[in-house]
Design a protein around this ligand. Sequence first.
Ligand code: FES
Length: 118
Amino acid sequence: MVRSKQAENKSNFLCKLSTLADPSSKSFSIKKGRKKIEIFIVRKGDKVFAYEDVCPHAQAPLEWNKDEFLDKKKENIICAMHGAVFTIEEGQCVSGPCGSAALTPVQLEIIDGDVFYL
Ligand code: FES
């Protein structure tokens, strides 16, 4: 498989897919330009989704415990602050005070089981 320029940059490495339970979530601090931002990834099957850890309702972090972003059934993302519910696949709000807002996605690339952000 051909690695993208971003994935060639080893500092963009997040984790090995095999270290993530299915389903599960995990938070990271990454560099975007000169800014450091908080993101989280969610594994669901062989796919991984990533979003900035900023709820569109009140710009608060969604994380309600270390590396915990999912509801009890691990079917959706849930915000710790006021309980907005988002789909794992699109980050689309489906319940709660966010209306039709969505989480800000972070692009990922999985190469040979290694997860990189782009
Ligand atoms: S800050 Fe997330 S639901 Fe209010």
